[in-house]
Write a protein that binds this ligand. Structure first.
Ligand SMILES: Nc1ncnc2c1ncn2[C@@H]1O[C@H](COP(=O)(O)OP(=O)(O)OP(=O)(O)O)[C@@H](O)[C@H]1O
Ligand SMILES: O=P(O)(O)O[C@@H]1[C@@H](O)[C@H](OP(=O)(O)O)[C@@H](OP(=O)(O)O)[C@H](O)[C@H]1OP(=O)(O)O
Length: 461
């Protein structure tokens, strides 16, 4: 019997779960814990990750469990070696809790609506064989496609779409599902469907041309896993979406990480290029999935913070010298600038700085008299004092280095890329009925790119 995985189903961790309203959101918040998970997920779920929650996609773990029957967090008997996808932040789950599954670095998306399934499979297969330039470009922007697979689940045969798991190498996967387009209903939508779609995420879609049905982030500063479901996403307006994006990027407590932004933008610029050029498809209710590894961000932030701290120390040191160099000697009637440079010789004598930038040592050439006991004891005294200082610093430094080495050993440093953006969910993608660009789609992509570019402009590295 496989192990019971509490971590992959945050909704069941009642001890640590609590709800917090977001300052920039409209509407009221209620805790709606649903046995179905995603669709009625509580608005904001926080999980303490004091002992960090590892990604479900640890391949060694999967291999071990290969031959075992798995009991999921919801008490479901899972198909062999399968787990429910803990990082699923949006999307369907049916009444019997059939949602996304994961195994061996792949995700399995249940094809619950035949028409949607047909369209999505068709698109992936078309991308596999296309010679059209923009569709070939699109192929680079979607998860790898491994066909479909029938799985017996609860005595029911279910068809699944098999895709590359975009978070497979991540230790602390952060995932945001961004549904693109002001209009999220397709040309064959019923009147009721149009009304329902128009009502939800209204302000966000109207002002930004996209909405955020779900996200999860490992909050570095608070050491917590934060999850937002679609109920929360529906309350967001333009400013709220911006704040959630900042939170997703772990930019509330630390400044924006330029490296993270650059990696995401590198993918988003490719997506933007595709959206600007392609004229063959109309992508309704399709998403961009932003993913990154908070473990890698942590390492990077650590390094940046250390560098930042060094800069600050340097600045402080300088600012300590400055007042001294401006100090004056009073000779009774007038004040004479000392010209003190703010620096001392090793023996503690002041070095004067004349108006020119040249630094002059007032002592003249330094004579080192090793036999002079007074000098010796002075030197010893100074060293003893700085020894304690340096020792503390050394220990601190070593500790930091150790943590970094441990982190490096734990994380998969094979890949230099630890953040990306991919296109997913093509259940409502249709061939274009004219040769124009998909303006509805492009507008959303442009606004998303602009949001991250604005963040990038705020970075000061
Ligand atoms: N290739 C992938 N790798 C990792 N996670 C994925 C992948 N594809 C989907 N997911 C996860 O599953 C969720 C749902 O995916 P998707 O949008 O394809 O499902 P859906 O049921 O069609 O959604 P919707 O209800 O919006 O139509 C995403 O929000 C994401 O968390
Ligand atoms: O009911 P449907 O037709 O499967 O459409 C679902 C829709 O019900 C669902 O809305 P809701 O549960 O949030 O109210 C949509 O979720 P979002 O919140 O992400 O918009 C689904 O996306 C709809 O599916 P589809 O994209 O296939 O129309």
């Amino acid at each position: 019997m496989g192990k019971f995985e509490i971590q992959s189903m945050p909704l069941q961790r009642n001890d640590n779960n609590f709800i917090l309203p977001h300052s920039n959101c409209k509407g009221l918040y209620s805790e709606v814990h649903s046995p179905n998970g995603i669709s009625n997920e509580s608005t904001r779920i926080l999980n303490d990750i004091t002992s960090p929650v590892e990604n479900d996609h640890d391949l060694s773990e999967v291999e071990e469990e290969e031959d075992e029957e798995e009991i999921d967090n919801l008490g479901l008997v899972m198909p062999l070696g399968m787990k429910s996808l803990a990082t699923q932040v949006a999307g369907h789950k049916d009444s019997e809790n059939i949602g996304m599954l994961t195994k061996d670095g792949k995700v399995y998306k249940p094809l619950l609506k035949p028409e949607c399934a047909k369209r999505e499979i068709q698109l992936y297969e078309q991308l596999d064989t296309t010679v059209d330039r923009s569709l070939m470009e699109m192929k680079q922007l979607v998860p790898k496609y491994y066909g479909t697979k029938k799985i017996i689940f609860k005595d029911k045969e279910v068809d699944y779409l098999v895709l590359e798991d975009l978070t497979k190498e991540f230790r602390e996967p952060c995932v945001m599902d961004i549904k693109i387009g002001k209009r999220t209903w397709d040309p064959y939508a019923s009147y009721n469907k149009i009304i329902a779609e128009e009502k939800k995420y209204h302000e966000c879609k109207r002002d930004l041309g996209f909405c955020i049905p779900g996200m999860q982030v490992y909050n570095i500063a608070q050491n917590q896993l934060v999850k937002y479901g679609k109920d929360y996403g529906k309350t967001l307006n333009k400013d709220g979406a911006r704040e959630v994006m900042k939170e997703f990027l772990n930019a509330n407590s630390y400044h924006f990480c330029r490296k993270l932004l650059m990696q995401l933008l590198a993918s988003l610029w490719q997506i933007q290029h595709f959206a600007r050029c392609q004229r063959r498809l109309r992508l309704y209710a399709s998403s961009i999935l932003l993913v990154y590894d908070a473990r890698r961000l942590k390492q990077h932030v650590g390094v940046t913070q250390e560098a930042q701290a060094k800069k600050v120390t340097l600045r402080r040191n300088r600012s300590l010298y400055r007042p001294l160099s401006l100090a004056t000697l009073s000779n009774g009637c007038e004040k004479v600038p000392t010209g003190f440079s703010g620096q001392l010789t090793k023996e503690g004598h002041p070095i004067l700085k004349p108006p020119s930038t040249k630094i002059v040592n007032l002592e003249g050439p330094r004579i080192i008299n090793n036999n002079n006991t007074w000098h010796k004891s002075m030197r010893l005294l100074k060293r003893t004092h700085s020894f304690q200082n340096n020792y503390d610093k050394d220990v601190q430094h070593k500790k930091q280095n150790y943590n970094k080495i441990l982190d490096d050993l734990c994380s998969d440093s094979k890949s230099e890329v630890w953040a990306t953006a991919k296109l997913i969910d093509f259940a409502h993608v249709y061939p274009a009925d004219n040769m124009d660009v998909d303006k509805n789609y492009l507008e959303g992509v442009d606004n998303l790119v602009k949001m991250l570019e604005d963040f990038l402009a705020e970075t000061d590295e």
